[in-house]
Unconditional design. Sequence first.
Lengths: 406, 326
Amino acid sequence: MRIRKLSGFAVLTVIAIGVSACGTASSSSSTSSSTAKSASTKTPYKIGVIFDTSGPGASLGSAETRGAQLMIDKINASGGVNGHQIDATFADGTSQPDRAVQLAQQMISAGDVAILGPSLAASCEAVRPLIEQAGVTEYCLSGAPFTWSPHFFATDFDPVTNLGTLPAYWMKEHGYTKAACIATSDASGDAYSKSFAATAPKQGVSIVDTEQFQSGATSVATQLTNVRSSGAQAIYGCVSGSNLATIINGMQSLGMNQPVWSGTGAASYAVANLVKNNLPSGGIYSLGTYIVVPNEIPANLPGGAAIKSYVASYKAKYNEAPDELGANAADAVSLISNALGHGATNGSAIATFLQNLHGFQGLNSVYSFSATNHRGTTPPGLVIQFTPQGSFKIVEKLNVAAALGS
Amino acid sequence: MAEFLQFTIDGVTLGAIYGLLALGWVVIFRVSGVLNLAQGSFMVIGSLTVASLANQERWPLVLAILTALFATVMVGVTLDVAILRPARSGGHASSVIITLGVAEILGEASRHLWGADPLQLSGFLSNRAIHVPGGATVTAQQLLVWGTTAVLVGLLWLLFEKTLLGKALAACAQNPDGARIVGIDPKWMRTVAFVLASALAGVAGVLIAPTTPIGWDSGLAFGIVGFIAAVLGGWSYPGAIVGGLLVGLTENYVAGYISSAWKDVATYGVLLLVLLLRPEGLRGLSRTRPQQKAESGTATAIVLPQMGQPQIDGPAEEMPIATREA
């Protein structure tokens, strides 16, 4: 009898924990303009936000949620867009395309004029037919390669340039003519390895070995043993997230010290903290933006003050340093609110406005869109190095024009 | 030769971790008939707990390790006492569904507790390469994994061979009704099995924590590899370790000599072959007398071992699952 009571108590405890967790999740789905609504009598602008805060894309969606929420709060606190609050409905896409479609249908039915997200390419593509049919603008948060359609926009820099041309150009500039690519066997790894394979030969860099491993694998020592035998002078970690740490751990255990070029998806503070004790003597480098190195922002940098303000607000609110993912989401909010502020108050008008927008200063880039370029970004060419303190420092600025022209 | 040696060293390290997970599967299954798909989640909780306490909260390492093991054991005991015990009598399918659900819940709970980013324990043993004859390298952490696994296998042998508790566990594995008659409570023996299995997973979690980032969603994949090792090992205790080593070595040789894209194909292919051709796994390979084949007719009968094996490596006595679960 006592055991049964004990069991019952434990079950109730588990249920209570579960309920509290569910409560947390549902509250994040609530609208974010409630506190400021009373200050404005104008009808709020409704947008939907589908970020993947659970499932394999959780680390992306969590950072994006923080960045978007911060920017929405800032806009609403300053009076909204021409007096209209932004009424954003946040929802978890769960990294599942079918869930993202379900949520997008609900948001379109609710009258949302734009949808930010999802975080993953597959989910973005799944949502695309719906938004095109309904005439709602989608601002996908994936940096994967896309073809463009009228209402479909995406974040980040051109993948071939960012993942292929510039890393290969950096290797050429440093005299590394033999490189190995170690990639995850998923869409992200494919994007890196294919972009690199397509551009490295043009820069005079030969790829002497390409290895693959499953994202989340605990060891890549086997693949690195092959890389070690290949004579590669530099290693391209064609990976996102903590997979870079798995590579770095393996390199250390095998006594490998080649310079490593990190995929941009791994250049976050979370990963920098994972690898800070195991840095190879050749160093780890990647492309970055000033978001991750706010202390090195030049005094005359356009938008520099806004970046510093964003970083300070982010640290104050979340007690951690921001990375590019959150800034991409914040930029997406700024772009949509800019369109709304210029009278583009329905999905098709927002898409048309964005397509014709030039020179918009965001946190991660200056945005200039066109009918054939729905990213609108130009990579700054900043090369950052991972430091033993778990942070980054700028080590050089690549000549992007020269890289693209060569 | 250097490559082969390197693949072997890394394969043995990975295999030792898989072996510890497989031992947990075997302990629980043999004592209670429960297939615990949350076994890998126990390991992840051990890893995340020790990494967060030692790195972020700056706890002394030993205290962080002990707390991680305690937390892992508590999760295991809670699963048994609060969830499986009231749900008893549903058979293997029931335990699979329940523990699968628990694995999912533990994964999401871990994400809420520790965040979406993986954690790695730093400041344990050096991960620097030690060059060994033959051109390969080994690390102090790898040596610790090997040594700890060997010690734990020895302790388990002592437990099952030399202690009353071990004999009581073996009695429950062989005949729960008979055990009950002589005053052994199979319910509590199952709880003891969960304590052992979750502690083994916790140790595996602590051992792997300094070598790789562990994320909240890693549990199920680890658990399934542990299951494969247990099946390969014929659900015997020594077989679990050998099965783990075989899986680790197979993964590394295939990834190294063929392609890492075929690593999982090889692992699951070996599992299928074993299930089709030798469902009793490695058990009995060295024996002269023929082994009884598992009853055919259901998938469960093919995958699961013959029941009742009181000795640590003794021959199995046939016991239908229906009787075992009565």
